[in-house]
Design a protein around this ligand. Structure first.
Ligand code: FMN
Ligand code: SF4
Ligand code: SF4
Length: 274
């Protein structure tokens, strides 16, 4: 099939998905000898309008796994903001060493509904946004080599295809199952839906970086210690703060993080589908 552009399209509050998608897209573009273009739709301003593709586009499309699924607050942006236009697509999810559950199949189905044709898919194990103690060190050199090998195989599949392929077969339940229920250290559900980050006011320099990095636009630009909007617990504000002023102290959230740190110590395997 004739491809003229490879796209790296991603939602990535703490950078893992951007890294995986860019690795795959860069190698695919090199293999197909076509230009690479970026579409980072993490921030609200980047989600304005509709992004339309066409049949000569090859789109590596990534989101992180939240509660075993495509992040529920991101799904409406995907549905309203993208038009596949018969482009070929590679759904990619990154997950923080627990499980990707039904996220990849949900992303594949969403892309197909939007008018993309999925040709390959991948769930890449990454660090966990909640804690640097879970699966530290990703991406390793082996992770990056796996991404490149996957990209070359996907690009070859596209190059050799004479007709539009059937939707790629990936792991997960179809129809997708319920969202994963986060558990605490006591093994009981940890309810932290309403938790929001707090700020060490004495450390904060009012630089505004946290407000600029929030994918939900939820942190006040005038007073970055205030979070009037919805919080998806993505940790972008915590990671970006240069003086470590942002933190979560919600007991249920901290108990869930401690449970993850205690339980998910084995390295999870990435999975690719072609
Ligand atoms: C709200 C939230 C829920 C998450 N749920 C899961 C999950 O169900 N399974 C898992 O393995 N990792 C989970 N993670 C970890 C992320 O999937 C992982 O860190 C991902 O690579 C983050 O992507 P990003 O760096 O592009 O933001 C979750 C992270 C967040 C912030
Ligand atoms: S990034 Fe940190 S220092 Fe800057 S405004 Fe936000 S909390 Fe304050
Ligand atoms: S306030 Fe919530 S949604 Fe916004 S960056 Fe921080 S953790 Fe993410």
């Amino acid at each position: 099939m004739r491809i003229k552009t490879v796209w790296a399209a991603f939602f990535s509050p703490t950078g893992n998905t951007a890294s995986a998608v860019c690795d795959v897209a860069r190698t695919a573009a090199e293999t197909l000898h076509v230009p690479l273009r970026m579409l980072d739709f993490t921030l609200p301003a980047q989600r304005a309008g509709v992004h339309s593709f066409c049949e000569t586009d090859f789109v590596v499309f990534g989101v992180p796994v939240y509660a075993g699924r495509v992040p529920n607050k991101v799904l409406p942006f995907l549905r309203a903001g993208f038009c596949g236009g018969e482009a070929l697509a590679v759904p990619v999810v990154t997950f923080g060493n627990r499980s990707f559950d039904d996220a990849l199949i949900e992303l594949r189905n969403t892309l197909e509904e939007l008018g993309f044709h999925t040709v390959a898919g991948a769930a890449f194990a990454a660090g966990h946004a909640f804690s640097e103690k879970i699966a530290p060190g990703h991406p390793t050199e082996a992770d990056r080599a796996q991404r490149r090998a996957f990209a070359r195989a996907a690009a070859e599949k596209v190059r050799q295809a004479q007709t539009l392929p059937a939707p790629v077969s990936v792991a997960g339940r179809d129809p997708v199952g319920p969202y994963y229920t986060p558990l605490g250290l006591d093994g009981k559900p940890a309810a932290f839906l309403k938790a929001k980050p707090k700020t060490h006011a004495e450390r904060c320099r009012s630089c505004g970086r946290c407000a600029a990095a929030c994918p939900m636009g939820s942190i006040s630009k005038d007073d970055p210690t205030a979070v009037p909007g919805l919080c998806i617990k993505c940790q972008a504000c915590v990671r970006v703060c240069p003086v470590h002023a942002k933190y979560f102290d919600d007991p249920a959230f901290l108990s869930h993080v401690a449970m993850l740190e205690q339980t998910y110590t084995r390295p999870a395997q990435s999975q690719t589908f072609l």
